[in-house]
Design a binder for this molecule. Structure first.
Ligand code: 6U4
Ligand code: NA
Ligand code: NA
Length: 156
């Protein structure tokens, strides 16, 4: 709807590690995150996830699996961000810095939550254990969560 914006977020894994990118500009600048962005007219959410992954990291994957769905609301903004979270361990290419993201592998025990969106430490454990989830977070600004829900689900 007019008040929902569709976004993607892709988390690439290899044994005991996750690939994150330092966002160099735009929304979430200065934070480590997965790769993703806005779904454009005429593409599916999955197509958008693959496109943004390639644009931001140079990686290609035909194996993206949706594992999470998170709605973000910001006080004073009627638009909800509906973020579709995907993951895979099957990909081609070498992570390469783009104008938007500087990729780096992190050990799962060493994920830089202090330099990530404040919701991430809440749902990353579900993602890392292969548990599908749905969440809702109400933010005041970009640093403070006022309300939240997070549920494991069987399907998205
Ligand atoms: P463009 O048009 O590419 O300049 P930009 O403003 O940089 O857009 P974009 O498209 O990269 O934003 O999308 C924002 C990304 O941040 C998406 O992958 C979704 C993700 N994101 C937004 N809020 C988040 C949050 N609270 N936690 C999180 N990821 C979030 O982990
Ligand atoms: Na983006
Ligand atoms: Na984008």
């Amino acid at each position: 709807s007019m008040m929902k914006k569709l976004l993607t977020l892709v988390l690439i894994t290899r044994p005991n590690q996750v690939l994150l990118g330092m966002k160099k500009r735009g929304f979430g600048q200065g934070r480590w995150n997965g790769f993703g962005g806005k779904v454009e007219k005429g593409e599916t959410i999955l197509e958008a996830a693959k496109r943004e992954l390639f644009e931001e990291s140079s990686l290609k994957s035909d194996d993206l699996k949706e594992i999470g769905l998170i709605d973000f609301e910001f006080v004073g903004d009627p638009q909800i961000l509906e973020v579709h979270v995907f993951t895979t361990s099957k990909f081609e290419g070498e992570p390469t810095e783009s104008s938007e993201m500087r990729p780096q592998w992190f050990n799962v025990k060493d994920i830089p939550f202090d330099t990530m969106w404040p919701d991430d430490h809440l749902w990353f454990p579900l993602f890392l254990s292969g548990t599908k989830f749905k969440g809702y977070f109400l933010f005041e600004g970009h640093d403070k969560i006022l309300k939240q829900t997070l549920d494991k689900v069987d399907s998205l």
